[in-house]
Design a protein around this ligand. Sequence first.
Ligand code: NAP
Length: 279
Amino acid sequence: MLLRLRLSRAIDKLIAPQHMAMRKLSGKASTRDWKKEALTERISGHAPERVEAGLNQTLKDLNLSYLDLYLMHWPVGKGPDDKKYHYDYVETWQAMSKLLRTGRVRRIGISNFSPAQLKELVKHSIKGDSPLPAVHQMELHPYLPQAKWIYAHKAHGIAVTAYSPLGNMNPTYGDRSRREVTTQSKAPLLLENETVKSIAEKRDCTPAQVVLAWGMNRGASVIPKSKHENHIKENLDATKCELGTDDLADIDGIGEEPIRFNNPSKGWGVHLFDGLDDA
Ligand SMILES: NC(=O)c1ccc[n+]([C@@H]2O[C@H](COP(=O)([O-])OP(=O)(O)OC[C@H]3O[C@@H](n4cnc5c(N)ncnc54)[C@H](OP(=O)(O)O)[C@@H]3O)[C@@H](O)[C@H]2O)c1
């Protein structure tokens, strides 16, 4: 529970070594009491030889001495000038493991891995080459519940973080120019789903709180993103939204035909999420 609450307050920002947006944060970082937050960053476009430089740049940009959690954003990677994805996630993982000894990273984790890719890391951990991921960040919401996949992580003691926990609320998933790679047209906005709305009314919660409470009830941490103070407060108060087993079962029913909103496989020319729902 502690981890869940802690991560629900986490600051989760995308970072690539070349990601300029993070620089804008650097001025604010020194005025913030980061000790009260769990800070997660993801390395994108990974390559083993760029892992340490990527971390150093992040720490410099944010004016920090360490990160709570450092994630490999995708199991595939390519350099800024590469046309194709070609880096090996195992080598990148081993490079990330070395950072633990420096004290500049407290935990390392993964994001968007398939069962076979996770199995490969488990194999290396059993051999003693590298640790198991502390966290796996993945797309999870009532349209994509992935219950068995969550359960597989529990068996290994790997914490699961739900990204896009409000489903297709982020306009990215509804942009008409991206319809080919998204599936927004298949489903109404999650917070406008009739089942979610009726449970919200019954439990005196908002639809967002219902969806987030369901996410936490499944043993995952949830990381909703909002630019608005009222939404941020509302989302933090999701811990007070109490759902009954009947509510949880009704929300489980929403995902009987799973929908994945974030799958760049086609555009990147790779096959991601092999063996998972709506891959
Ligand atoms: N590892 C990965 O590959 C990956 C991929 C995607 C996302 N993520 C991470 O996951 C986090 C969230 O993902 P996301 O932005 O895709 O999805 P999300 O949190 O499910 O949805 C965000 C959208 O929901 C709206 N929203 C937030 N709270 C709301 C509320 N209480 N009521 C109504 N609308 C609300 C926000 O609008 P307002 O700003 O107007 O409130 C925003 O448009 C981010 O930290 C992101 O970096 C990780």
